[in-house]
Design a protein around this ligand. Structure first.
Ligand SMILES: Cc1cc2nc3c(=O)[nH]c(=O)nc-3n(C[C@H](O)[C@H](O)[C@H](O)COP(=O)(O)OP(=O)(O)OC[C@H]3O[C@@H](n4cnc5c(N)ncnc54)[C@H](O)[C@@H]3O)c2cc1C
Length: 415
């Protein structure tokens, strides 16, 4: 932990994946820089906890999406973090009778058909809401919407088809055995950081950028801003002079909601390792469950969109309670005594995130470029929402930080 100096060359706001990526890219520049972080830890929406002595749990990001293009894979190798390459259980594996294989095949067929129609529609270049491409009357529509709440953090009526189509999924998803958040913590370990340092105002009216923080004021030549869009949209962090186009862009790229829960599982051998459990419930308000991730004695649950918000609103413990009820409804009452709540996330309640990951509202796919654009060669913007193709992910965030740092260095060379 570094105490706050009165002045640095570059201030980086936020020590999530983007801030860490930016800081690493400045390490050998000869410039002085400091990462200002509101929390008492690095990682932001990447946060690993030991939910039990034998259960590693990522409260936020867990998957190295698009693993063959994911810059965290190389970082994991360099830092000696084991990368697990087992297939994710989302599509291929289904446990129990709650979602019979025949139904599952039919569902996957409908889901793939929907994605294909969306892709075709996006080719026109005209934006619209993704729910328009559901097949009228298809019995799987509510469940396709549930999948959207996992992928986008929101239902399809709030998703821009052009933005959705711009995402690059290479269909390779790996994991970090000790946790994605733990990897970020190690990645950030050697950087100059000021914790418990919430920036409230970025005053760029004068010759130098002046930052008001909960630890006092500091000035910088330039600032890299990596905070989640919801905090810019609701002006928790303010600019002077105001930047209405950034606030507007941030509001059109809101963070949707995804929440996770982990339950201890007694007699784990009764269930398969790396299995998937969900019901053919024909509704959007459903969880999806990962059985014994890494073979651990636990079940992880995942919820998204309005249903995740409803569960958060119901108070602490509601996600775990709902999960236990739903799992018991699939597997039988005998399972109730085998399950115990360990940990659950509540990302909407988190004051420094206010949601999980960004999506573009219909008609606003172009806002990612707006939020990413530098201002006056002094304010630079990074964070997952600024990524043109890997938005909503940790590696997209990290790469955006590196991109912003390079923009900063570019302005120095140009001077
Ligand atoms: C439940 C869940 C599951 C996910 N699953 C995956 C996954 O499997 N794979 C994947 O790639 N991604 C996943 N993600 C998304 C991924 O975690 C994020 O996209 C990524 O971590 C965002 O990084 P960031 O640096 O842009 O933002 P953040 O991680 O939010 O970092 C921003 C930082 O700024 C700090 N901050 C905020 N306000 C201030 C302020 N005023 N002053 C100073 N500091 C401030 C915050 O505390 C935070 O540390 C998931 C997210 C969630 C919530």
């Amino acid at each position: 932990m570094t105490s706050l100096p009165s002045s640095v060359d570059i201030a980086i706001i936020g020590a999530g994946a983007a801030g860490l990526g930016a800081a690493h890219a400045l390490k050998d520049s000869g410039l002085s820089f400091l990462v200002l972080e509101a929390r008492d830890r690095v990682g932001g929406r990447g946060h690993t906890v030991m939910a039990a002595p034998d259960v590693v749990f990522d409260m936020g990001c867990g998957w190295l999406h698009s693993a063959d293009e994911n810059s965290f894979v190389k970082i994991a190798e360099e830092l000696n973090f084991e990368v697990n390459k087992d297939l994710p259980p989302w599509r291929e594996r289904a446990y129990g009778k709650a979602f019979p294989q025949e139904d599952r095949d039919d569902f996957i067929h409908s889901l793939d058909g929907f994605f294909q129609r969306l892709h075709e529609a996006a080719k026109s270049g005209h934006d619209s809401a993704a729910d328009l491409y559901l097949e009228p009357g298809n019995r799987w529509n509510p469940m396709i919407d549930a999948i959207s709440t996992y992928i986008n953090g929101c239902e399809l009526d709030q998703v821009s088809i052009l933005d959705f189509d711009a995402y690059e999924d290479t269909n390779l998803n790996w994991r970090v055995r000790r946790g994605y958040g733990a990897l970020m913590a190690a990645y950030g370990a050697t950087l100059p950081l000021a914790f418990n340092c919430a920036v409230t105002l970025i005053d760029h009216s004068g010759k130098r950028v002046r930052l008001e923080t909960s630890q006092g004021t500091l000035t910088a030549d330039k600032a890299i801003i990596t905070v989640p869009t919801n905090l810019i949209a609701d002006e928790t962090i303010r600019f002077h002079p105001a930047l209405p186009e950034k606030v507007d862009a941030a509001a059109k790229l809101p963070l949707g909601l995804a929440d996770k829960v982990v339950l201890a599982l007694a007699e784990p051998e009764a269930l398969p390792k790396e299995g998937n459990l969900r019901g053919a419930t024909m509704r959007t308000e459903m969880g999806t469950y990962h059985l014994r991730p890494f073979g651990q004695p636990c079940i992880e649950g995942f919820f998204g969109g309005r249903f995740a918000q409803t569960l958060e609103d119901a108070g602490d413990g509601a996600i775990a309670a709902h999960s236990i009820d739903e799992i018991v409804s699939f597997l039988g009452n005998d399972f109730r005594r085998k399950l115990k709540p360990l940990k659950e996330s509540r990302w909407a309640q988190d004051p420094f995130a206010r949601g999980s990951y960004s999506h573009a509202m219909p008609g606003h796919s172009g806002k990612r470029a707006v939020i990413a654009a530098p201002v006056d060669g002094r304010l630079f913007f990074a964070g997952e929402a600024t990524s043109p193709n890997f938005f909503s992910t940790a590696h997209g965030a990290r790469d955006s930080g590196e991109r912003a740092a390079k923009e900063v260095l570019g302005t120095m060379v140009a001077r």
